[in-house]
Design a protein around this ligand. Sequence first.
Ligand code: ZN
Length: 178
Amino acid sequence: MSDVDADARDVAMMQRALALAAEAAAAGEVPVGAVVVDDTGRVIGEGRNTREGDRDPLGHAEILAIAAASRALGRWRLSGCTLYVTLEPCFMCAGALVNARVDRLVFGATDPKAGAVGSLADVCRDPRLNHRLVVDTGVLADDCGAVLKAFFKTRRQKAAVTPTGSPPSPPDDGPASA
Ligand code: ZN
């Protein structure tokens, strides 16, 4: 496969992850989406944030996509697979990527507040761990960041119009809790 084809596939898969992020936003969840692709380019797992709906702190897009991919392949080891996610993974998800032996991570927007793949730490490329991933960043980064910005802007506006008497929700101006 040429580099051009590989780049086109990265963009197509990130668009799919973005569609999942939009689905999350529509459900009132922080908009993050993830897709796992096997070594032939087949999508074998998808996920989007479900933390609010499932009341589950583990309900991150990457965790759900990894679990779905493992079910599809019938094994926990996701060697040969690539995970695409719209936002830089947190510590939990970066750890899951290492433990699942995913080969490659592609993410869109960086997360300076909670990202663990370059921002606060670099869990997926830590030479002390027994598995490292190839990491590519910035695919459709503007689009990935825009869905988050729009979501938090809307949420702040809703908080601002909360009737007097009930204090507005504490400000949450970024994807740190994504
Ligand atoms: Zn996470």
